[in-house]
Design a protein around this ligand. Sequence first.
Ligand SMILES: Cc1cc2nc3c(=O)[nH]c(=O)nc-3n(C[C@H](O)[C@H](O)[C@H](O)COP(=O)(O)O)c2cc1C
Length: 353
Amino acid sequence: MAGNTFGNLFKVATFGESHGIAIGGVIDGCPSGIELDLDAIQTELNRRKPGQSKIVTQRKEPDTVEFFSGIFEGKTTGTPIGFAIRNTNQKSHDYSHIKDSYRPSHADYVYDKKYGFRDYRGGGRSSARETASRVVAGAIAKQFLSNIKINAFVSQVGELKLNKNYTELNLADTELNPVRCPDQEMAAKMESYIKEIKKEGDTIGGVITCVIQNVPIGLGEPAFDKLHAELGKAMLSINAVKGFEYGSGFNGVAMKGSAHNDQFNTDGTTKTNFSGGIQGGISNGMDIYFNVAFKPVATIIQPYETIDKNGAIVKTQGKGRHDPCVVPRAVPIVEAMAALVLADYTLIHNSAK
Ligand SMILES: Cc1cc2nc3c(=O)[nH]c(=O)nc-3n(C[C@H](O)[C@H](O)[C@H](O)COP(=O)(O)O)c2cc1C
C-alpha cells in the first residue's frame, strides 16, 4: 500500500488499523529546538476523540499519545519523532456482518478488489481512526508555526448553513458547544438536528470552514506545488471529504472581474480578499480561508441491501458505534492537515532563500 506519507520536508508517515494494537506515526523533518507543550498535543487529540459528546460515535477511547523518540528535555531534537496511540475499545464482533459483504459507499469493496484481502474490523486502515495520528503530527506542526493561527469551525450541517462571514464570528467560541460552530444559536439547531438523524440511525453531511491568519507572504511554489493545491490535497485526503474551495470558491463564478479583483491598499494588503490569501499559488499575507465538504458517512444503523463477495444481493443491518455526522470531530483534523501543509511549505520556502 503506497501513499502513507504526507509532506516534502516536514513529513509524517502514519501506520495502523482501527482494531489493531495501536495507530501512530513517524514525523520526519521536524526542526530541532521546538519546545513542545505535550498537554496541548493531547488537547488536540481530545477534540477528535470518539465518545466526547452525545452527537458523535460512542466508541470510548482515551486516545492517549505516547512518544518514543525525537524529544529530549521537552524539546524536539531534529530526529524522527515516533509516537503511538493504543486502541483499547475495539468491538470487532460488531463488524462480522461486513466480513463477506460490502457497505455501500464505504471502502470495503475497493479494498477487497485492490488487495484481495482486508482487515474488515472497524474498517481497518480505511477507518478515520488513522486521522488521530494526523492530529498528533498537526499539533506539533502548529507549535512549530507558533505565530500562524489556524482555526476551523463547522459552518454547515445538512441544510443548516451559517450565513455569516468568519470575520463576523468570534472564533474563540467554537469550542463552547459539541458541534464546534461558533454561533451558539445555530450550533443549538445543528445539535438537535444531528440528534434527530442519529435517532433515525441515519447520517448527514456538513461543511468545515478553516481560517489561517498571520501567514507571511511567500509560502507556496508557483507551478505544481501551489499553496492552495497542497491544501486541497491535504483536505481531500481526509476520510469522507467530497469538496474543497478556497477564497471566493464556486461563488466567485457569478461575479464580474471588476468586483472580484482585490484592490490594493498602499501597504500591499487588499481591500477585499476574494483571493483567499493566495495569488499565483503563493500566500499574499492576507487571511487564507477555505471550505471543506464532508459527505453523510456510509454506515447507517438501518436495514440495507448490498452485495457479498460473490456478487449476490444480501439484506443486512448496520451495526456498531458510528458518527451520525462527522464534522464536529473533523474540525481538529482539518486544522492538523492545514498545519502540516503550512509547516512543510515554510521549510520549503526557507530552503530556497
Ligand atoms: C472523524 C471521522 C469519523 C468518521 N466516522 C465514520 C463512521 O462512524 N462510519 C462510517 O461509515 N464512516 C465514517 N467516516 C468516514 C469513512 O472513514 C470514509 O467514508 C471511508 O473511509 C470511505 O472513504 P471516502 O468516504 O473518503 O470515500 C468518518 C470520517 C471522519 C473524518
